[in-house]
Design a protein around this ligand. Sequence first.
Ligand SMILES: Cc1cc2nc3c(=O)[nH]c(=O)nc-3n(C[C@H](O)[C@H](O)[C@H](O)COP(=O)(O)O)c2cc1C
Length: 333
Amino acid sequence: MLYEPIRFKNLTIKNRVVMPPMCMYSADTLGFANDFHLVHYGSRAFGGIGLIIQEATAIAPEGRISIHDLGIWSDAHISGLKKIVDIIKSQGSVAGIQINHAGRKSKTDDPMGPSALSYSSDYQIPREMTILDIKRVVSEFRDAARRADEAGYDVLEIHGAHGYLIFEFLSPISNQRSDQYSDGKVFLREVMEAVTSVWPKDKVLGIRISATEYVSDGATPESIAEAINYVKDLGLDFIDVSSGGNVLVKINAYPGYQLDLAKKIKELTGIPVIGGGLITDLKMAEHAISSGRADMIYLGRVLLRDPYIVINQAGEVGYEIEYPVQYIRGKKL
Ligand SMILES: Cc1cc2nc3c(=O)[nH]c(=O)nc-3n(C[C@H](O)[C@H](O)[C@H](O)COP(=O)(O)O)c2cc1C
C-alpha cells in the first residue's frame, strides 16, 4: 500500500511517502529561495516522493527560527516559492508547505511567546505577547496561507509542533497566561479560522503536532487530540504526528518511534495521520501502513542522504514504479 495512491478531496497523491518539513537554513537573510532550494526539492521530486512538504517557512521576520529561514511574510516571496512548486510538480509530486511562527524559539532579536518563559538557557526570555501581538500573528498566518495558495501549493501544513508558537500555546509548560488564551486551543482556533478564510476549501489542509512532550507536566496525546477536536469542524484533512521540542529532554528514538503516537492521535480525532520517525527501511513503512498505524509515512533524515530511496527500494517492497526517464540506465536490476 505504500506505493499506492491516496486521495484527499480532489487531490491524488501518487504514493504514501512524505518528505516532512526540514529546515535547511539556506535562504538569504530576507527569506528568499534560491538555486539550492530548487535542487534540494527537485531531487526529492525526481526521487518519486508522493508529497513534499517544504520546510518551516516563516510568516513574519521575527517568527523565523534563524535568519536563514525561508520566508512567506511578503508578496515578494511568492515568485521564488512558485519556482519550488513548479519543479516539485514537474515530476508528479505534490507540493506542500509548512507555515510557521517560531515564538520563543526564534533566534532573532526580539522573540515573543505566550509567557515570559525561555525554552532553555541558550535562548532569550521571550516577551509575553499582548492581545495585539496575538491578533497580528493570526493575521500573518492568514496572509501566509493566501500567499501559499498564490504560489501554487496544493497542501498547507500549519506548524503546531516542536515548541514553536502554536505549540507553546498548547503546552502548560510554556503557556502560563491568565487571560482567555490560557487555553491554547483558543489561539489555535483563531489561527485556523484565519487560515481557512483564505485557503481554498478544495485544497488540502493539515497540521503538524507534537503528540507528547515526554515529561509528566506537559501536553499529552489526549490534550493535543482535544485541541484538534476543538478546531476540526473548520476542516483538517490530515495530522502530521511528531513529538517533543518544547522541553529539553532526551528522546529515546528508535525506528518507527512515533508511529504509536500517530495511531493514538488518529483514534482520538478520526483524522488521517502522517507518521514516522527514524524509518529507513521501506518494508517497515509498508507494514506501518498496512497495519493501520498511519495513512502516510514521512522519511526525514534518510531523504537527506538518499533522495532516491523510494524509487530504489520499490522492487524490494514488491512494486514496479516509474523511474525518471533520464536515469533508467542506472536503475537497479
Ligand atoms: C535538518 C532537520 C530539519 C528539520 N526541520 C523541521 C521543520 O522545519 N519542521 C518540522 O516540522 N520538523 C522538522 N524536522 C523534523 C523532521 O520533519 C522529522 O519529523 C524528524 O527528522 C523525524 O523523522 P526522521 O527520523 O525520519 O528524520 C527537521 C529535522 C531535521 C533532521
